[in-house]
Design a binder for this molecule. Structure first.
Ligand SMILES: NC(=O)c1ccc[n+]([C@@H]2O[C@H](COP(=O)([O-])OP(=O)(O)OC[C@H]3O[C@@H](n4cnc5c(N)ncnc54)[C@H](OP(=O)(O)O)[C@@H]3O)[C@@H](O)[C@H]2O)c1
Length: 253
């Protein structure tokens, strides 16, 4: 059985992957979708060309991994594509976020780094030649970001992990793509706090374009997918300018 696995499929970018994937990969038998809100996952049956299998659960808890591992063992599927889309951010300084809730930043590391890695580890034995992994990183991975410090650090982890893993898996013919968008119009900002920076508001894009480009870049075997001119410029600038200077520009005080 040929399948795709998508975490964070109940909204935003993950949900868009489920919508578009069936058009890119016509021989998929099922898409296995993971998130906490089951009612949202059920809605995917109407949006997807491919039958959906729901694994409802919290990726910060043990249970969902047990479910996934058991299913992988029982069905021994050929995972043609893994999309790690689950993730969240929180704006504010480290101290402000700590005051609001001491657990938030640790949970961010838990979901964005540990859960993404663990789902990847679970799925690795079921990938075969031509399989793809898409990891949701962010343009926040390109440089340190005061007032988004832990989030940017988690995404730097995702970008670095993806590139190294991609290099390791190349000989098996498996491609890993880190997707690095700037602001995307999703429910992300309901959790992170609304965008206040006018420049970031201006460059906000729709999930459709980001996902389409990510699927095309993954098909082409690219290790990184950056959507839109502003983020391409940010990516180039982050490679040319010293991070000390970028930090000064972002945090003039
Ligand atoms: N939107 C942006 O501006 C932007 C920019 C760059 C990168 N990204 C990254 O893109 C990815 C998708 O974000 P999005 O914009 O699509 O945000 P979103 O609409 O808020 O989607 C986040 C997804 O993660 C799932 N999730 C959150 N906590 C979870 C948990 N503990 N266990 C299982 N699933 C959990 C949510 O499902 P449930 O709530 O149902 O569990 C939801 O499906 C994230 O990694 C984000 O960091 C987003």
């Amino acid at each position: 059985m040929k399948i795709a696995v998508v975490t964070g499929a109940s909204s935003g970018i993950g949900r868009e992957f489920v919508k578009q994937m069936g058009h890119f990969y016509r021989d998929l038998d099922e898409i296995w979708v993971i998130a906490r809100r089951e009612h949202r996952l059920l809605e995917l049956n109407q949006l997807s060309r491919v039958p959906i299998r729901i694994l409802e659960g919290d990726l910060l808890e043990e249970e969902v991994y047990e479910k996934l591992e058991k299913l992988l063992q029982e069905e021994a599927p050929d995972i043609r594509m893994l999309v790690n889309g689950a993730g969240f951010g929180k704006s504010g300084t480290v101290e402000e976020i700590l005051k609001e809730d001491p657990k938030t930043q640790l949970e961010m590391i838990g979901l964005n780094c540990t859960a993404l890695s663990r789902v990847t580890f679970c799925c690795l034995p079921c990938l075969s030649r031509g399989s793809r992994i898409i990891q949701m990183a962010s343009a926040a991975a390109f440089s340190p970001q005061p007032a988004f410090a832990v989030y940017a650090a988690t995404k730097a982890y995702v970008l670095s992990f993806s590139r190294s893993l991609g290099a390791e898996l190349k000989s098996r013919g498996i491609y890993v793509t880190a997707v690095c968008p700037g602001p995307v119009d999703t429910e992300f900002f309901q959790v992170s706090g609304q965008l206040e920076n006018p420049l970031k508001k201006l460059v906000k894009v729709k999930a459709q374009g980001v996902v389409r480009k990510a699927l095309l870049d993954s098909r082409r075997g690219k290790d990184i997918s950056v959507y839109g001119l502003p983020m391409k410029c940010a990516h180039t600038a982050s490679k040319l300018l010293p991070h000390r200077l970028i930090l000064k520009l972002m945090n003039p005080g």
